[in-house]
Design a protein around this ligand. Structure first.
Ligand code: ZN
Ligand code: ZN
Length: 352
C-alpha cells in the first residue's frame, strides 16, 4: 500500500495542517481502513481553537478525530468476522484489556487507554482523521446497511447510551436534558427509546431546540429568552426525576438541580471544565450525582440501534466537507448557530 495518506494534524491553536503520513503494515489482528467519514467533536474543536482544554495542552503535533467510519482495504489472518470492502464503524477506544479496570469490565477507565486524538497522555494518541489507518480488528463494528456518515455517529451515540445507562431506568420518568448539541440530541433519542414519559430539553439557541424537538423532546425551553419556563419545574421541591446535563455550563447544572425531585438523579456528561455543584441542595434533596465518561460495550450497541432503525441520526449531520477543506469545516463546526454535526469526507483522489 503506497498511496498517499492525508492526515488532519493540529500543531497549535488555529494551526491545522494537512500532512502526508506513512501507512505501516498490518499485523495479524489488524485491519487497514480506507477512511470515509469523520465527525468533528467538541474535543477536536478545543484543540483547534485553544490548543487544549483545562490542564490538557498540546505538546506535540497531533492528528485529530475519533468519530470515524471507513471501508476495510486489507485484514490480517487473525482478524475474524470482517471482510475486505466492508463498511465499519471504528471505535476510537483502545483499552489495554489487562489492567485492574479492564479486568473489572470498566474499560473506559483503563490505566493505559489509547483513545484517538487525545493529548492527555504523552506521547499524544494520534487521531483518526487519516485517509488510511491501521486499526485493531476488534475496534471495527460491521456497519452494513448504514451510510458512512451514519456509521461515523456511532461514537457520540455510544457516549449517550453510556450516560443513560448511568441514570438507571428511565421508564415512566420525567427527564431533563440540558444542552442540545449533537450529544444532547442523541441523548434525547436514547431517553425516548428507554421509556422516558416526558422529556424537557433546554438550550440557548432556538435552532438547536427545533432539532431537539425533532429528536423527540416533548417540551423545549430557551433558557436565555424565557428562563421562567424552566423555573415552573422547581414546584413542590422539583418535578424532574432525571437530569442529563450535556452542556457543561454552570447555569444549566444549577437550574437542573433546582428542578430535580428529592431522590432524583443528575448525570453529568458535558465536560465544561470546572463546575460548581450546589452541594447543599444535593444533600437536602438526596440527589444522586453520577458522572459519565466515554463508553465501552455501548459502541457496538450504538451501531446496532442505527442498523435496526431504532435511532436515526441523519438530521444531525448538517455539514460535510472534503478533508482538503478541513479548516473551513472546523470553522463552521465552531459556530453552534450554523451547525450541528460537521463531518469530513475522505475521498479517494490520487491528485490530492
Ligand atoms: Zn466525540
Ligand atoms: Zn486497561
Amino acid at each position: 500500500m503506497s498511496s498517499a495518506n492525508i492526515a488532519v494534524v493540529v500543531h497549535a491553536a488555529k494551526d491545522l495542517r494537512l500532512e502526508t503520513r506513512n501507512v505501516r503494515d498490518i499485523g495479524s489482528d489488524e485491519a487497514l481502513i480506507e477512511m470515509k467519514a469523520g465527525g468533528i467533536c467538541g474535543s477536536d474543536l478545543h484543540y483547534f481553537n485553544h490548543g487544549g482544554f483545562g490542564s490538557i495542552r498540546l505538546r506535540e503535533p497531533m492528528a485529530l478525530g475519533h468519530e470515524v467510519a471507513g471501508e476495510i482495504l486489507d485484514i490480517g489472518a487473525g482478524a475474524v468476522g470482517l471482510n475486505v470492502g466492508q463498511l465499519v464503524a471504528i471505535s476510537p477506544s483502545c483499552p489495554c484489556q489487562t489492567c485492574f479496570y479492564c479486568l473489572k469490565g470498566q474499560q473506559n477507565h483503563c490505566l493505559d487507554m489509547k483513545f484517538y486524538g487525545s493529548a492527555m497522555p504523552y506521547p499524544h494518541i494520534q487521531g483518526a482523521f487519516q485517509s488510511k489507518l491501521v486499526v485493531k480488528a476488534n475496534q471495527c463494528v460491521a456497519a452494513d446497511g448504514l451510510t458512512s456518515a451514519e456509521a461515523a455517529m456511532a461514537e457520540p451515540l455510544a457516549v449517550c447510551l453510556h450516560a443513560v445507562n448511568q441514570a438507571g431506568s428511565l421508564v415512566g420518568k420525567t427527564v431533563l436534558v440540558t444542552g442540545c448539541g449533537p450529544i444532547g440530541c442523541l441523548t434525547i433519542m436514547v431517553a425516548r427509546r428507554s421509556g422516558a414519559a416526558r422529556i424537557i430539553a433546554t438550550d440557548i439557541s432556538d435552532q438547536t431546540l427545533n432539532t431537539a424537538r425533532d429528536c423527540g423532546a416533548d417540551e423545549v425551553i430557551n433558557t436565555k429568552d424565557e428562563p421562567q419556563k424552566l423555573e415552573l419545574f422547581e414546584r413542590d421541591k422539583g418535578q424532574i426525576d432525571i437530569h442529563l446535563e450535556c452542556s457543561g455550563a454552570q447555569p444549566a447544572l444549577a437550574s437542573g438541580v433546582a428542578c430535580l425531585r428529592p431522590g432524583g438523579t443528575l448525570v453529568q456528561l458535558g465536560l465544561g471544565g470546572d463546575m460548581t455543584v450546589p452541594m447543599q441542595v444535593l444533600t437536602a434533596k438526596e440527589i444522586a450525582l453520577r458522572g459519565s465518561f466515554r463508553f465501552h460495550s455501548e459502541f457496538s450497541v450504538a451501531v446496532e440501534m442505527m442498523r435496526s432503525g431504532l435511532i436515526n441520526v441523519d438530521q444531525l449531520v448538517t455539514h460535510s466537507f472534503d478533508v482538503r477543506e478541513a479548516i473551513a469545516a472546523f470553522e463552521i463546526a465552531s459556530d453552534r448557530s450554523r451547525s450541528m454535526k460537521v463531518q469530513l469526507i475522505f475521498t479517494d483522489n490520487e491528485n490530492g
